[in-house]
Design a protein around this ligand. Structure first.
Ligand SMILES: NC(=O)c1ccc[n+]([C@@H]2O[C@H](COP(=O)([O-])OP(=O)(O)OC[C@H]3O[C@@H](n4cnc5c(N)ncnc54)[C@H](OP(=O)(O)O)[C@@H]3O)[C@@H](O)[C@H]2O)c1
Length: 262
């Protein structure tokens, strides 16, 4: 077992991030948890402290441009070094791009891409200097193909995959590992917030439990794997998109995202 580390998890108030936090706490790692809802974070922190670990809750909207630097500065002031960074916070919005409110479009880009990149840039240099550290960026199987009706979300996750694999390569032999973790459909608050919980993907094709997905992610980051896809079925689908004609892959992607007529 690894010695106790300090782990920063974004989006830890619910869903996959919350389950990841439980796994790190179980293995005696100290935690810094970030999300917007202060009450829920405090509740999660209190529960996890029962494992005898230190848990710091920081309520922050990471889609605000200054939030990642604010978080970094606060931890610097308190002399807290982050050993493991889990960039998990993210959201998707369902609807046609032409009519999607700007707030949703740029909210996704700000959280899923910009905050993730900022946090990586802020915490990575100290890890490189220490020749030790782990970063896990939570992407999605959505990142392997275009996603009509969730065009921006799918594109943000394609960025996360490409970015993570590229910097993992740059950091080979640095002592720092970068893991891109790709869940498929997972039972969390995600689909309801996205507005597509009645889609074929979530209603008919089946979603995994957040506990199971988090366990896959936990193993992947601790093993320092570069790319990990949660679930055998999701792995197969991600492979198949590489060989099918792009137009067909895009059409199937749309079909899966649509809500079937009753
Ligand atoms: N569920 C799926 O089907 C699925 C599939 C593939 C990939 N993923 C990815 O997995 C990650 C976790 O998703 P999930 O399914 O666990 O979703 P979730 O249940 O909706 O949880 C999202 C977490 O992110 C936090 N969050 C949202 N907006 C935030 C913001 N602006 N600033 C700070 N924190 C914010 C939420 O807390 P607050 O609301 O309190 O801020 C919550 O803790 C995301 O990156 C998602 O894209 C999910």
């Amino acid at each position: 077992m690894e010695t106790a580390k300090t782990v920063l998890i974004t989006g830890a108030s619910g869903g996959i991030g919350n389950e990841l936090a439980k796994l790190f706490a179980r293995d005696h790692h100290n935690l810094i948890l970030v999300a917007r809802s202060a009450d829920r974070l405090t509740q999660v922190a209190n529960e996890l402290q029962a494992n005898g670990v230190t848990v710091k809750a920081v309520a922050l909207d990471l889609s605000q441009p200054l939030a990642p630097k604010f978080l970094f500065d606060q931890l610097q002031c308190e002399n807290i070094a982050v050993d493991i960074l889990i960039n998990n916070a993210g959201f998707g919005a369902f609807g046609e791009f032409a009519t999607m409110p700007d707030e949703q479009i740029f909210g996704q880009i700000n959280l899923n891409i910009i905050a993730l990149t900022q946090l990586t840039k802020l915490f990575l240099p100290a890890m490189v200097q220490r020749r030790s550290g782990r970063i896990m960026n939570v992407a999605s199987t959505a990142g392997f193909q275009p996603g009509p009706l969730m065009a921006v979300y799918y594109a943000t996750k394609a960025y996360v995959i490409s970015f993570s694999e590229a910097i993992a390569n740059e950091l080979a032999n640095s002592g720092v590992t970068v893991t891109c973790f790709c869940p498929g459909a997972t039972h969390t608050g995600f689909a309801t917030r996205a507005g597509n919980d009645k889609s074929r993907l979530f209603k008919q094709l089946g979603a995994m439990s957040a506990e199971r997905v988090a366990l896959d992610g936990y193993r992947a980051v601790m093993e320092g794997r570069t790319l990990a896809i949660s679930g055998a079925q999701n792995w197969l689908v991600a492979q198949s998109t590489r060989f099918g004609p792009r137009k067909l892959v895009t059409a199937i992607s749309r079909w899966v995202t649509e809500t079937p007529k009753e």
